[in-house]
Design a protein around this ligand. Structure first.
Ligand SMILES: NC(=O)c1ccc[n+]([C@@H]2O[C@H](COP(=O)([O-])OP(=O)(O)OC[C@H]3O[C@@H](n4cnc5c(N)ncnc54)[C@H](O)[C@@H]3O)[C@@H](O)[C@H]2O)c1
Length: 342
């Protein structure tokens, strides 16, 4: 089975999809603080060892390394991720994304991690004019506290490679969609509201353009980078599928048989980036990786998933998943040894 993968943030959206992808093929330890965005239900049925802890606490990170058997590679997803929340209060973003990443890098070095895959975002490049694409060496121009904290963590991760020789690889994914995404984010929020017949809030004119990637394609790209990426290198993982927010919203309404009158333009997000455009060429060339999903088909499947998992949506939104967590892990987590779910 090779080395153990220590997956931080594995109870979140992309992390849990990644654990599902590798579970059974790799030994997996998940380290997650279970913030409002983390949900153990996302990991149900996927073979893993769970350690509840904070990446900004060295003791918690060491416990997670202790829970792994043999050599370890780190796949680092854990982060505060919602731009709107970062605009309200940037501090948790700096604590987890910047300080937490540094703690993780330090313990990874201390424990001789084989590889350290840092999961980042195309948002670090900032807004790009139409037709412009950012290669990995493009200037970083983050415009909100979330993307600024991610850019900071990218620099720290690469610095750990250059100064200490830690085998760090950075990936910069574009906008993800797929199952298990917390419904504060654009796609699941719109699906949830459309299902309930509630208005769909659209920032400004809705003509903001994103490069969309299906979460499974993103996770396969992360695995390819972990296995075939060169330490010290950055790889854009782009879906190469550009759509405007308003078009995505209209697609969701149509798929759920709801009227366009539910679209509600609302006051824009301050500093809202107009367009992202990561250049995918290097990942295709060096990792032999390409996204496979066809956007409209994969988005229709995603809509179906949320529609069929209405109870998941309701529980996540009501905070009921903390009850699940308590029922499932409460006693085990109160004991000093990391609990095992295998
Ligand atoms: N969602 C996207 O479109 C996207 C695109 C590119 C890159 N990314 C990056 O991918 C990663 C995962 O994003 P996501 O959308 O799955 O996020 P998410 O918000 O769904 O999940 C984040 C997870 O991290 C955990 N976490 C937060 N703070 C922690 C801490 N201090 N210690 C331990 N665990 C903690 C949460 O409990 C949660 O399980 C992030 O690093 C994000 O920047 C996301």
């Amino acid at each position: 089975m090779g080395e153990t993968l220590l997956v931080t943030g594995g109870a979140g959206f992309i992390g849990s999809n990644f654990v599902r992808l590798v579970a059974g093929k790799r030994r997996v330890v998940v380290l997650d603080k279970l913030t409002y965005a983390g949900n153990l239900e996302n990991l149900a049925g996927a073979d893993h060892v769970f350690v509840k802890g904070d990446i900004a606490e060295p003791g918690d990170v060491r416990r997670a390394f202790d829970a792994a058997e043999g050599p370890v590679s780190v796949v680092h997803f854990a982060a505060e991720t919602h731009v709107d929340r970062s605009i309200e209060d940037g501090f948790p973003f700096l604590r987890t994304n910047v300080l937490g990443t540094q703690v993780l890098l330090d313990v990874a070095r201390e424990r001789g991690a084989l590889r350290f895959l840092h999961v980042s975002t195309d948002e670090v490049y900032g807004p790009l004019a139409p037709g412009v694409f950012a290669a990995e060496d493009a200037r970083l121009c983050p415009t909100n506290p979330y993307s600024a904290s991610k850019a900071g963590s990218d620099h720290l991760a690469l610095a750990a490679h250059r100064t200490h020789g830690l085998p760090v690889i950075v990936t910069r994914g574009s906008n993800n969609y797929g199952p298990y995404q917390f419904p504060e984010k654009f796609v699941p929020l719109l699906i949830a509201n459309a299902r309930d017949g509630k208005p769909l809030p659209i920032y400004g004119d809705g003509l903001y353009e994103r490069d969309w990637i299906h979460v499974t394609d993103h996770c396969e790209g992360i695995l390819a980078a972990l296995e075939r990426g060169r330490p010290g290198e950055i790889y854009n993982l782009a879906g190469s599928c550009h759509r405007k927010n308003l078009d995505v919203a209209r697609f969701i309404l149509k798929a759920l048989g709801k009227p366009e009158s539910l679209l509600r333009h609302v006051q824009d997000r301050p500093g809202h980036d107009r367009r992202y455009g990561p250049d995918p060429a290097k990942a295709a060339r060096e990792l032999q990786w390409k996204p496979r999903a066809k956007f409209e088909q994969a988005l229709a499947e995603t809509i179906r998933w949320y529609d069929e998992n209405g109870e998941w949506l309701d529980r996540v939104r009501s905070g009921e998943y903390m009850g699940y967590y308590e029922r499932h892990y409460g006693d085990r987590l109160r004991s000093p040894a990391p609990p095992h779910t295998r």
